[in-house]
Design a protein around this ligand. Structure first.
Ligand code: BTN
Length: 262
């Protein structure tokens, strides 16, 4: 598996020596977070064939059966954590680019971190920051449903989740997908601090949440409003029913369409 991924990377790929592959792990993010604490290098990537305790945002779990891509990468950008608020948006665009390069289709993004196709979730991103003295390590976890069939998902997810196979009717090589994602992440790494606005412009273009009526869910409180914009820190600007505007940060609320997941 590892060799099949490496053979699809360009000769001069910068992180060729920092790729770890496991048939099964609890969570690639959890594993990489431990490596980051013990000093792993910028660009270290961990990929698993399946996860037994895959994690999503807001403490949720992420179903990770065989057939999906489960990849985490460690980035050590030369800036404080406060300047990384657009990172997940940049990663979402990079993953859309990777899927488009491989399969010729471009998913949409449900703010902030879900890639969707036809109203169903195709991929998710979990960004976790670890502060180490003055430095910040970002663990970026990406899960893409690649060759799963609807029956591979638990019944409660079958109406909400999809895969590249389900969307196109074709099988896709998960190793080729992994290589494409790594290539796009290396490009993102080069542009992360210099091209923030360009990245966000592309994100807004992909973001299906904009213009929609959304529910803002925080614990027991549910408020409704219209999603107006994604601001330069990656937050979502929402006009609430009483006419006030609020910039909502990822991690604080869950966003749902009024009549469904998207
Ligand atoms: C979400 O849907 O809220 C985010 C899902 C992120 C899943 C990926 S799979 C690879 C990495 N390891 C994890 O445990 N989570 C991320």
């Amino acid at each position: 598996m590892k060799n099949q991924i490496l053979s699809r990377l360009p000769e001069d790929f910068p992180w060729k020596n920092d790729l770890l592959y496991f048939d099964s792990l609890d969570s690639t993010n959890t594993y990489l977070k431990d490596l980051a604490r013990s000093g792993a290098a910028h660009g270290t990537a961990v990929i698993a064939g399946r996860q037994t305790a895959g994690r999503g945002r807001m403490g949720r779990s992420f179903e990770s059966p065989e057939g999906g891509l489960y990849l985490s990468i460690l980035l050590r950008p030369a800036c404080p954590a406060e300047q990384l608020s657009h990172l997940t948006c940049g990663v979402a665009v990079a993953v859309c680019d990777a899927i488009e390069a491989l399969a010729g289709l471009r998913p949409k993004v449900k703010w902030t971190n879900d890639l969707v196709w036809d109203g169903k979730k195709l991929a998710g991103i979990l960004t976790e920051l670890v502060t180490q003295g003055a430095d910040t390590a970002a663990i970026v976890g990406i899960g893409i449903n690649c060759s799963q069939t609807p029956a591979d998902f638990p019944p409660q997810l079958q109406n909400m989740a999809t895969s590249l196979f389900a969307v196109t009717g074709k099988s896709w090589d998960v190793n080729a997908l992994a290589a494409q994602v790594l290539i796009q992440l290396a490009k993102l790494d080069n542009a992360l601090l210099s091209s923030r606005e360009e990245m966000l412009t592309r994100y807004r273009r992909d973001c299906i949440t904009l213009g929609k009526t959304v529910s803002l869910i925080c614990g027991d409180s549910v408020r409704h409003g219209k999603a107006l914009d994604v601001l330069s820190d990656g937050s979502l600007l929402v006009e609430l029913e009483d006419g006030t505007r609020e910039a909502v940060c990822a991690g604080e609320v869950s966003i749902r369409g009024m009549y469904g997941y998207v």
